[in-house]
Each structure stands twice: as C-alpha cells, then as structure tokens.
Design a protein around this ligand. Structure first.
Ligand code: S3P
Length: 433
C-alpha cells in the first residue's frame, strides 16, 4: 500500500497530463468480499480496493470465518461457505457501507454478532436499516439509533418496503437479509440508487426481479462463487477529472472506469457545465459497464441540479462544489439533504473549509448555491477524517492563487490509496508529508 501521508501542500500551475488508472470500485469491493464469503466454493477477486474502508470489511469477514488468501495487494482468493460466530465485536472503522450491508447479511444468521466502528461511524444514522430489518423480524438493536449494532438470531420474513430515502446501503441491507427470508422481499426506491448488489447477486445465481425503481429478491440458499476484476472507481476518477478540467493545459485519460449509469451523474452534470470529455473503449467488466474517460481543460458554466441526478452522483458533491467555484454563473443544488449524514455533514464542512480559501458559498438546508467564477486565494484547510472532503480540498488547493495546505489528509486512503502520488505523477504541484 502507498505511504500514508498526513498533509498535502498544493500550488496551482501544474497541468495534468497522461494516462492513469484509478483503484478498484469501493462499493463493488465491499460487496464482493461479503458475497464471496457466502458463496459455495472458491472466488477470485482481482482489482480489489486495498483501502481503509474495504480492508475493514475484509477483516470483519475473516472474523466471521471466511478463508481469505491474499495473492497480492489487489487479488484475493476466498473460500466461502457457512459463516461462524465471531469471537468479538466486528470493527468496521469508518465504513458505512461495510456496517450497513453486513447488518442485513447477519440478520438471518444462526449466531449473534455485534457490529461497531470508529467515533465517526458511531455518529451516523442506523435507524434507516434497523427499522426495515425489524419489519422483517430481525432481532437487531442500535443504541440511540447508532452503532454498536447488536444482532441476534431470528427467523426473517419477506416484506415489501417503501424506502423513504434513495439509499443503496439501505436497499442492499434489505436485499441481503432477503436471501434468508421465508418469502420474496421487495424494495421500492424513490430514486435510482446504485445497483451493484443486484448485479452481483444475480451473477451468483440469486433471483431478482426489477421493475423501474422496484426490486424483488427471492430467498436463496446457495450462491455460486465470483470470479471478477473490479473496475476502477468513478468516484475516485472524479477528483482527477475535475482537477484536469480546472488546470489549464491538461489532457488526461483515465482507463477502465466503472460507468454504471447509477454512478455517472457527475459526468452528466459536468457535460451540462460544458466540460470537454469523451468516453471510449466501452465494454463490460464484472457485470458492470466500463470505459476510458479522456478529459481536457475546459471553461465551465453553472447549472441547476436536483431530483434523480442527485442520487446518481451522491458522493460527488464535494468535488462538484470545487468545479462550480470555477464555473461562470450560478450553480444551485437541491434535494441533496443526504449529504448531511455522510462521513461528515458534507454541505456544512465543504462550505466552511472552502470559505477559508476565500470562497463564498451559500449553504442551504438541502444543498447550496455558488456563483462563479471565484478566485480562491489560498490557505490552510482540514480534511475532517472524510476522504472525499480531503481529496476535494486538495483539488481546490490546486486551483488556488497562493496555494493551500490540507491537514488531516491521510483519510484519502479510505477510498483512494496513492491519491497524492497519482496527482504528482500526472504533473500536479503537490508535496505530501
Ligand atoms: C454506497 C451508497 C451510498 C454512498 C456510499 C456507498 C454503497 O450511500 O454514499 O459512499 O456502496 O452502497 P447511501 O446508500 O447511504 O446513499
């Protein structure tokens, strides 16, 4: 794994040029290690994301008895089968996807478990999964609506659940519990939350029926093993993409990126802002659409974003803010209240940190308004132990007049190990210490 840097010093002026790949998709890596541990037989996962969040899930699966052999940092062989009772509470660190999906998966197991995580994870809402799992008959308790989660064996029944928020973590937790229910389970989603669980489960032999934003899973006693190469994470590519759009003289190709339409909202937003990029070499990998993204420095204009597009780019608003600051005119984001319950309150934290660099951002309850272009003077900002905040601020620093220092930047490793080295290699003026 790349060195774990604590802070990044940034100066404007380096064009980003060349070709690059980004680490494997975080959402797919979490799901792959969980489902491979359940499968009957040996799975192979290449392109595994060896990062803070996903390694926490891997450790949890080992705690549940999964036999995992590491061929190299990014290749795993997993002998799946029955899980067993762990000897202690499982620590999911900062991984919201890890804890929420595991809660669903463990609700139907014949042994008790306790799921816990970092101080940051303990602040995140868990009632959104405990409520539907309890409707299925699960014996799951969350102290004051947060982790630690205590799960005891229970018989699960199939339900139809009208999900109040468009969350892939909630949907996936219910679908995974649905594998163990006595009848089919249906989730109605208000928007198109990422569908990696559905794709992977189907490829392993589970029966799922989809109809628009409704998905039904049938109980399934046996899953076939996985043999996949995880595509590059479009949410990691997003930082390089915006950095290249903002730095004059840039031209960059990012190869082998997951282009699942439930994840590519940022590309649609940037296209509407006038970004010059193209998608080539389109194909399929691990049951997901992939392709290469070639991007060139572009003049951007502001846009309005709301509704389903928000769901399809839910992790990309911190970096969109950085792009919007350099776009001509007004950018308005609505319907993005969920940003307030991510690793941090990403609306408040980004607005406050960017303000330290000289930005003016109007924070709104469910989004924000930015009028650009704005000259960012520079200064010192903090990553708040939130990987997407730290990386977005890094890109902001690269577009600031006097340069910036991002402290608490080690958390970039939670999803993008080697982020600093990748930017340096492409020509960014970044010093990591
Ligand atoms: C994820 C779902 C999203 C996203 C998170 C990863 C997943 O969360 O923000 O980074 O892998 O299912 P929500 O489901 O809470 O929107």
């Amino acid at each position: 794994m790349a060195a774990r840097h604590k802070q990044f010093w940034l100066r404007a002026g380096g064009a980003l040029r060349g070709e690059v790949t980004v680490p494997g998709d975080k959402s797919i890596s979490h799901r792959a290690v969980m489902l491979a541990a359940l499968a009957q037989g040996r799975s192979q996962i290449r392109g595994w994301l060896a990062a803070g969040d996903t390694e926490a899930t891997l450790n949890a699966m080992q705690g549940l008895g999964a036999q995992i052999e590491r061929i190299d940092a990014n290749t795993l062989l997993i002998d799946g089968g029955e899980l067993r009772e762990p000897s202690k509470a499982l620590d999911l660190k900062n991984a919201g996807t890890g804890i929420r999906l595991l809660a669903g998966l463990l609700a139907g197991q014949p042994f008790p478990t306790v799921l816990d995580g970092s101080a940051q994870l303990r602040r995140r809402p868990m009632q959104r999964i405990t409520a539907p799992l309890q409707l299925m008959g699960a014996n799951i308790e969350a102290a004051a609506g947060a982790c630690p989660l205590t799960i005891k064996p229970a018989r699960l029944q199939g339900i139809t659940y009208d999900m109040p928020i468009a969350s892939a973590q909630v949907k996936s937790a219910i679908l995974l519990a649905g594998l163990y229910a006595d009848a089919p389970t249906t989730v109605l989603q208000p928007g198109p939350a990422r569908d990696h669980s559905e794709r992977m489960l189907r490829s392993m032999g589970a029966r799922l029926d989809e109809d628009g934003n409704q998905v039904t899973i049938h109980p399934c006693a046996e899953l076939a093993p996985l043999n996949i190469h995880v595509p590059g994470d479009v949410s990691s590519a997003a930082f390089l993409l915006v950095a290249a759009l903002l730095a004059p003289g840039s031209e960059l190709t990012i190869r082998g990126v997951n282009l699942n339409p439930t994840r590519t909202g940022l590309l649609d937003a940037l296209a509407a802002m006038g970004a010059d990029f193209s998608l080539t070499n389109r194909g399929e990998q691990a049951g997901e659409p992939i392709g290469d993204i070639t991007v060139r420095h572009s003049a951007l204009k502001g846009i309005e974003i709301g509704g389903e597009l928000v769901v399809r780019m839910i992790d990309e608003f911190p970096i969109l803010m950085v792009a919007a600051l350099q776009a001509e005119g007004e950018t308005i984001v609505r319907d993005a209240r969920e940003l307030r319950v991510k690793e941090t309150d990403r609306i408040a934290v980004m607005a406050a940190e960017l303000c330290k660099l000289g930005a003016v951002i109007e924070e709104r309850e469910d989004g924000f308004r930015i009028v650009g272009p704005q000259v960012l003077s520079g200064g010192q900002v903090d990553g708040h132990d939130d990987h997407r905040i730290a990386m977005s601020l890094t890109v902001a620093g690269l577009s600031s007049a006097e340069g910036a220092l991002v402290t608490d930047a080690a958390c970039a490793d939670d999803s993008f190990p080697g982020f600093a080295e990748t930017l340096q290699r492409l020509g960014a003026r970044l010093v990591a210490t």
